[in-house]
Write a protein that binds this ligand. Structure first.
Ligand SMILES: Cc1cc2nc3c(=O)[nH]c(=O)nc-3n(C[C@H](O)[C@H](O)[C@H](O)COP(=O)(O)OP(=O)(O)OC[C@H]3O[C@@H](n4cnc5c(N)ncnc54)[C@H](O)[C@@H]3O)c2cc1C
Length: 466
């Protein structure tokens, strides 16, 4: 990896001139807060040398120009909820916080769009849209803590992706500060566009390596007035998994289809102190949300779902109230109860292969010394496999995790899958990115990065090692 220049007094003075002295942090206890994101293994933490809080795109552009002049790396940080080590400043340098860019600029009801600064919390966008009678359909489980710029940079998925798609499907246009410090507008508020390269889509999912998103124009949807959340509980994982393709083929067009294995049912119920969680002892949950614009259509679809789940062997079909959704949203957090160090994987496979993939993982998981827990956005083929270090030594943990991942990724790629469905590659999967990505695809990505960021200033050590 490239070696960068240190953040000197001259750099700090120049930063203070750009953003104001109170928005440049260098105290050790403050820097410590930004040495990790959701990464739990202290060996992966890395301290920044300075943290800056700019107020707008102009200040960000000036910081980036300065970083190029002094050859100092910059890592952008929004909510810091990355599960891929994306917000860790692995080469030191400057961490650039987005929290001061927190204005909702406009909601246009007639045009059904919102314009927001990149540092607005996702949940605040959802609420604002809702209060105006619209839906912003991006809905990661971390919505309370992450910021919209972080969602766009990682192309976050979430609970509504089955029906509405992922974050990139919710965005018309972005304002971006390039790695050389220019401010550009990419994309347009259009339903269709064949006017040269689709650069806004290139920025989305680029994990802070190709530009800093400072503003976004987001699509809004009408809110379907009728909704039902159903919990199908299974005793046998095979039955739970086999019902999913049937639901997808039945034309029900669900908004969400989520899966929690029994370790998560128990783990989240314990974490939330939810005493009466249905079928706590051995239930496997499939949570399905259906939304419609007519009551009759909702009734029909619920009947269809009930029949499909019962025929597949569900031991219970219930209404999934907010407590069940709380359990689903807290899968990640609940892991802390059993292990301070854990690893979340984010492999994605074609939807019709997800049942086979989970069965494969459950089978190979038996021979490993750590608990293997699975929850999944099962309706869009994206599974989260969580491995818990518990009391294992560092060496055993590392060796076994590597062997486990090798089996999982080899299987996933053999059926057309990819390493990450929504969390990104970050700092976590550089080696796997090299190993599994088709050579031609990787070469184009490297060429784009080198062309846009010739000094490799933005978020080095992420996605691939240059
Ligand atoms: C409990 C929990 C639940 C989660 N659930 C989901 C889920 O359902 N779906 C999902 O997809 N993810 C989920 N995640 C992962 C995480 O929340 C997402 O990746 C989220 O999009 C990150 O947003 P953030 O604001 O926290 O970004 P950060 O973690 O701060 O940054 C993430 C990456 O984006 C870059 N970045 C941040 N802001 C910008 C910007 N303005 N411009 C350019 N680059 C930028 C950073 O450099 C970094 O590489 C979950 C995480 C947790 C802890």
């Amino acid at each position: 990896m490239k070696t960068y220049a240190p953040v000197t007094e001259a750099v700090l003075d120049a930063l203070k001139t750009i953003v104001g002295a109170e928005y440049v942090l260098t105290e050790p206890e403050k820097l410590e807060q930004y040495q990790t994101d959701e990464e739990t293994d202290p060996r992966k933490f890395h301290l920044p040398e300075a943290v800056v809080l700019p107020k707008d795109a102009q200040e960000i552009a000036a910081v980036i120009k300065l970083a190029n002049t002094y050859d100092v790396p910059v890592t952008v940080r929004s909510g810091g909820t990355s599960l891929a080590g994306g917000a860790i400043p692995v080469c030191g340098g400057i961490v650039l916080l987005m929290e001061r860019l927190n204005k909702i600029i406009e909601l246009n009801a007639e045009g059904m769009y919102m314009e927001v600064e990149a540092g607005v919390r996702t949940v605040d966008i959802q609420k604002y849209a809702n209060e105006a009678g619209f839906l912003y359909a991006g809905d990661p489980c971390s919505a309370e803590s992450c910021l919209i710029g972080g969602n766009i940079a990682t192309n976050a998925g979430g609970n509504k992706a089955v029906r509405y798609g992922v974050t990139r499907d919710q965005v018309y246009a972005v304002e971006v500060v390039t790695p050389t410090g220019e401010i550009v507008e990419l994309g347009a508020r259009l339903k269709k566009k064949s006017t040269g390269y689709c650069l806004e889509q290139l920025i989305m999912g680029s994990e802070g390596t190709l530009g800093i998103i400072t503003k976004a124009t987001l699509k809004l949807q009408p809110i379907p007035p009728y909704r039902f959340d159903l919990l199908a509980v299974f005793g046998d994982p095979e039955q739970a998994l086999d019902v999913v393709p049937k639901i997808m083929q039945a034309g029900i067009n669900p908004t969400s289809v989520e899966y929690m294995d029994n370790s998560y049912v128990r783990g989240t119920a314990d974490y939330l102190e939810f005493k009466g969680a249905p079928h706590y002892e051995n239930g496997i949950y499939v949570i399905i949300t259906v939304e419609t614009f007519s009551e009759d259509e909702l009734d029909l679809k619920m009947e269809q779902l009930d029949e499909l789940c019962s025929a597949a062997g569900a031991v219970d079909v219930l209404e999934a109230d907010e407590r069940i959704w709380d359990m689903r949203r807290n899968c990640q957090e609940s892991v802390r109860l059993i292990s301070l160090v854990s690893l979340t994987d984010d492999v994605v496979v074609p939807v019709n292969e997800i049942a086979g993939t989970i069965k494969f993982i459950m089978k190979i998981g038996e021979k490993y010394p750590f608990p293997v827990k699975i929850n999944a956005h099962i309706g869009d083929g994206n599974l989260h496999i969580v491995l818990c270090k518990c009391e294992l030594s560092d060496e055993e943990w590392e060796n076994k995790v590597e062997a486990f991942h090798k089996e999982v990724y080899t299987y996933a790629y053999s059926i057309g899958g990819r390493l990450a469905g929504e969390h990104g590659i970050g700092a976590k999967k550089l080696r796997e990115m090299e190993t599994y990505t088709p050579a031609g695809e990787l070469a184009i990505m490297r060429t784009i990065k080198a062309a846009m960021d010739p000094q490799l200033i933005l978020n080095p050590g992420k996605i691939f090692d240059l």
